[in-house]
Ligand binder design. Structure first.
Ligand code: 6GU
Length: 240
């Protein structure tokens, strides 16, 4: 059965599957057309119980910006959850969340259903966050205008891990941050080369032309370790 992802947003147009952008192309689109994953964007406005379909209001205490109201979010979560009997993992996209890392993506990709809340404006009323207790997830230490792009990033990262999403010549096991080696280290990827053998006087590492698969594999692993040491020593943990 296809994994189901729902997105609650005031900008559902951003998730249009017909749109030749983001999730409408490449691996996520293919995973969807293969019936491995489906996603549905639901407009939070449809759940606003006021006549102006307002989903936000001014912050108590004053200050700039608007705050997303509890009621539309609460009602939308319960209405959308009722559309499928499988329990949904609730995810709120927020720069205050836990960082999205490949181990977390792997965890989320194993769940049958995700319900992503894409906040906008200054934030969401804290009481509905408390009441729903979603997993709060961030892309990193910078601010986006809304959770929609962040949700698309999460969906893309999840979709490519669903068995069958990648083609025969693609493999998630070779990506940066995928676990390799006996210790399950998570390393940056190695450098890649293709034809021609000489480009503007620049050659290709000899071992890649040797045809010795074991030697190539050993070289690649060493490159991954060297790159990770120089670019992202934080991934290797404290040096003993
Ligand atoms: Cl998940 N949302 C928003 N609005 N900004 C972000 C983010 C998420 N992650 C990093 N910046």
């Amino acid at each position: 059965m296809a994994m189901r992802i729902d997105i609650l947003t005031t900008f559902p147009e951003m998730f249009g599957v017909e749109s030749p952008a983001a999730l409408g192309l490449s691996i996520p689109a293919r995973a969807r057309s293969r019936g491995l994953i489906e996603w549905h964007a639901t407009n939070l406005r449809a759940f606003a119980d006021n006549k102006h379909r307002k989903t936000d209001d001014r912050p108590f205490g004053g200050g700039p910006g608007m705050v997303m109201m509890c009621q539309p979010v609460w009602d939308a979560v319960h209405a959308v959850e009722a559309m499928d009997p499988r329990p949904a993992t609730r995810v709120l996209m927020t720069p205050q969340g836990v960082p999205l890392t490949q181990p977390l993506v792997e965890d989320l990709a194993r769940r049958p259903r995700l319900l992503i809340i894409a906040g906008h404006y200054e934030g969401i009323d804290e009481r509905v966050i408390e009441a729903l207790s979603p997993m709060e997830v961030s892309l990193g230490d910078y601010v986006l205008s809304g959770g929609e792009l962040a949700a698309m990033v999460l969906i893309d990262a999840v979709a490519r891990l669903i068995p069958g999403a990648l083609g025969d010549d693609e493999s998630a096991g070779n990506d940066s941050f995928s676990a390799v080696g006996p210790g399950g280290e998570r390393l940056l990827d190695c450098p890649h080369f293709t034809r021609p053998k000489d480009w503007m006087g620049r050659g290709v590492p000899e071992v890649l032309l040797s045809g010795d698969h074991a030697k190539v594999a050993a070289w690649r692993l060493e490159q991954m370790r060297a790159r990770t040491r120089s670019r992202r020593p934080d991934l290797l943990g404290p040096t003993p």
